[in-house]
Design a binder for this molecule. Structure first.
Ligand SMILES: Nc1nc2c(ncn2[C@@H]2O[C@H](COP(=O)(O)OP(=O)(O)O)[C@@H](O)[C@H]2O)c(=O)[nH]1
Ligand SMILES: [Mg+2]
Ligand SMILES: [Zn+2]
Length: 338
């Protein structure tokens, strides 16, 4: 009989589950450390497809999948990591992590950045008419991508919801981002519009979708990943090393080339607190004016000789993006809105 648990009971159950998980991981990592090195094959390169904590699913250079344990004292591994591993009788053992080309991080409980995916080279920022898009939020995602050193691409989804006037307003906004040099695509997963263009944009890259909840990220992912692959994922979670080893993060290879990483951690990707100068560096067309103002500590709000405000007057940069920078800078100075 299902019954409602009080908070204390709920907490106890969560604690028991956590302890059980920790015991299992300990057992597994001991097993990893105890695998007889003599029985292992030569070192090979591999790609982390799914991470289960104490074990992971790894793809070898031929595309075959292997369940692997981890040698002790490895740095943390995430989906997208390239590793060195050795084949055993069953599965294998990961022995080293290769240097990362990029790292998508989110703050952990104490605000320290924690990697959630590695080696991504495209962040697809998704916005839509509903939930209502905000250019401030789009800019935050773009800045976070720029500061992560990964190319952002803007996808405006659900364009089926736009009537004539609204469509024009959106086009003006999107044109502004194109003017800055961003790749901007429009799509409707509902009407299967624009999906070929998105598919082309995915080719040859390792991408993630980020954006507000409800804009259609899961719908987009579902339109590119074949159903069979999602079924395989469900299977690989059941088999292997027991029922506690589920992972919701996974790298998918797309039939037309390119890969997608789908991960709850990635969904939390957002801009972390940064200094004004760093923030400005994330606005790619504003960044070149950094240090060109008359006053070194120019706030770019009212000072005479402000290179950024002059650039707005001369039509070189848009007023909207500078205002967006100001709002974000203020928000970072004053996170509680006091
Ligand atoms: N009208 C319309 N609705 C869409 C479109 N794409 C997704 N949706 C709907 O938007 C809602 C949220 O989609 P979902 O993919 O779960 O968004 P996520 O939270 O970003 O993963 C669902 O009800 C979808 O059916 C679209 O192109 N047009
Ligand atoms: Mg979703
Ligand atoms: Zn200035």
């Amino acid at each position: 009989m299902p019954r409602k648990l009080n908070r204390r009971q709920q907490w106890r159950i969560e604690k028991i589950q956590l302890e059980r998980q920790q015991r299992l991981e300990k057992k597994l990592s001991k097993a990893g450390a105890q695998i007889d090195p003599g029985s292992l094959g030569p070192e090979e390169e591999g790609l982390v497809i799914a991470n289960f904590g104490a074990s992971l699913e790894l793809e070898d250079s031929t595309g075959e999948l292997h369940r692997c344990l981890l040698r002790q004292n490895l740095p943390p591994l995430v989906v997208g990591d390239r590793v060195i591993w050795q084949r055993g009788n069953e599965g294998g053992v990961v022995t080293a992590r290769q240097p990362r080309q990029s790292e998508l991080a989110r703050p952990d409980g104490i605000g320290k950045p924690k990697a959630v995916a590695a080696n991504i080279n495209q962040i697809l920022v998704v916005a839509a008419p509903a939930p209502a898009y905000s250019t401030d939020l789009i800019d935050q995602y773009l800045v976070a991508s720029e500061l992560t050193g990964v190319q952002p691409t803007l996808i405006f989804n659900k364009i089926d919801l736009l009537d004539g006037a609204a469509r024009e307003r959106v086009q003006t906004v999107l044109q502004r981002y194109r003017g800055i040099g961003y790749q901007v695509l429009t799509a409707s997963t509902l009407q299967a519009h624009g999906l070929d263009e998105v598919r082309t944009q995915l080719q040859g890259r390792i991408s993630v979708f980020v954006g507000q909840s409800g804009v259609g990220k899961s719908s987009l992912i579902r339109s590119f990943i074949p159903r069979e692959d999602i079924a395989v994922q469900a299977l690989s979670q059941q088999s292997g090393l027991g029922q506690h080893t589920t992972s919701t993060s996974r790298l998918y290879h797309l039939p037309d080339g390119g890969s997608l990483i789908d991960s709850p951690g990635v969904r939390d990707f957002r801009l972390w607190p940064v200094e004004p100068a760093t923030l400005l560096g994330g606005f790619r067309e504003l960044a070149p004016y950094q240090g060109m103002c008359k006053f070194r500590d120019c706030s770019h709000r009212h000072e005479p000789g402000c290179a950024l405000r002059e650039a707005v007057t001369e039509g070189k940069i848009s007023k909207e993006r500078l205002q967006s920078y100001h709002r974000l800078a203020l928000q970072m100075e004053n996170p509680d809105g006091e």
